[in-house]
Design a protein around this ligand. Structure first.
Ligand SMILES: Cc1cc2nc3c(=O)[nH]c(=O)nc-3n(C[C@H](O)[C@H](O)[C@H](O)COP(=O)(O)OP(=O)(O)OC[C@H]3O[C@@H](n4cnc5c(N)ncnc54)[C@H](O)[C@@H]3O)c2cc1C
Length: 295
């Protein structure tokens, strides 16, 4: 199977989460059955706190790779772990032919949580030290800066350092304002960050999502989004309709602005993905055709 980075132009990727605790993975495979019909270039699987949910990440990323023959990406966080624990997971991923890792620090509740690694960059260096080029490594980036960073400039400085350790591509935190993303991307390029930057898009499907997202990552919410949430928020079907239309338009605009990839935070909602997919498909393929013709 081609490795992901052999065919990026612009890429189209999805993120899913595994079942929590000891819940069966059957429902998640039902979602993947639908998602693969939209021909994503890869599907990434988030990594939560706690043992069984972590095992599910490995199992599902392996299933995506081996049952569906789609590139599976395992998210891997290093906060609160030891080198030996990380190595055990990487060995398992390698044995299952999962060659794409999104290397993350993970959220920090307390500095005493840290364990053997302090930043994602240390995890990335460790993977290369132990496994050479066996894994293609993605890292996270933040168009509105990481909440702990003092400034965008400081965050980009550390991002550049992280990229220099052998990151093949970046996946962005979700954002709702394309102008913010595009001017941040220009700034990143001007600082010498050359890796493909894949834009993270999360469709709004419920009014309650907005305060949660703002609290989690501090994303700016444009007036237009606030307006439709205020107008339709009392009716879940209506706000979902508006959120899908907004995400679709956001993607069409990003592709026109030459973004290297779109990463949909699917929230395991295959029906939402189906509706966005049908709204962007001809635009995506037109862009891919142009990029190939130019290349
Ligand atoms: C696409 C995406 C997917 C994600 N998936 C998951 C997931 O599956 N599971 C999960 O738990 N979390 C996930 N997260 C959240 C992520 O774990 C948090 O945002 C976390 O707080 C930071 O992780 P990071 O890898 O970006 O950290 P880092 O790159 O280590 O950065 C964290 C902070 O430290 C600063 N920093 C970096 N290096 C240094 C240094 N050398 N010295 C001083 N400061 C430094 C950075 O500027 C930043 O403020 C995801 C985030 C994104 C964007």
């Amino acid at each position: 199977m081609d490795r992901f980075f052999d065919k990026l132009a612009p890429s189209y990727t999805f993120e899913i989460f595994p079942p929590k605790g000891n819940k069966s993975t059957e429902g998640t495979y039902g979602v993947i059955d639908s998602l693969v019909s939209f021909n994503p270039d890869l599907i990434s699987v988030t990594y939560g706190a706690g043992g069984s949910s972590r095992d599910n990440t490995v199992e599902i990323a392996s299933g995506i790779q081996n049952r569906y023959h789609v590139n599976g990406v395992a998210h891997l966080t290093c906060v609160g772990t030891t080198r030996a624990e990380i190595k055990a997971i990487l060995d398992q991923l390698k044995a299952n032919n999962v060659r794409n890792i999104l290397a993350l620090r993970g959220d920090l509740k307390d500095k005493s949580d840290l364990g053997d690694f302090h930043h994602a960059s240390e995890l990335i260096a460790f993977i290369h030290e132990e496994y050479g080029d066996d894994f293609d490594i993605f890292a996270a980036c933040y168009p509105e800066k990481h909440p702990e960073a003092e400034s965008v400039e400081q965050d980009l400085h550390y991002l550049k350092e992280k990229c220099s350790l052998g990151v093949k591509g970046l996946i962005s935190q979700l954002f709702f304002d394309n102008d913010i993303f595009c001017s941040w991307r220009e700034r990143a390029r001007s600082m010498g960050i050359t890796q493909p930057i894949i834009a993270g898009i999360m469709p709004i499907t419920a009014a309650a999502q907005i305060p949660k997202v703002v609290e989690m990552c501090g994303a700016s919410v444009p007036e237009r989004v606030r307006r439709f949430v205020a107008a339709y928020g009392h009716h879940q079907g209506a706000v979902k309709e508006a959120g899908i239309a907004y995400a679709t338009e956001q993607i069409i605009d990003l592709l026109a602005r030459g973004v290297e990839g779109i990463h949909l935070y699917t929230m395991n909602q295959a029906d939402t993905v189906r509706r966005i997919d049908s709204g962007i498909r001809s635009v995506l393929y037109t862009k891919r055709y142009e990029v190939r013709a130019d290349g």
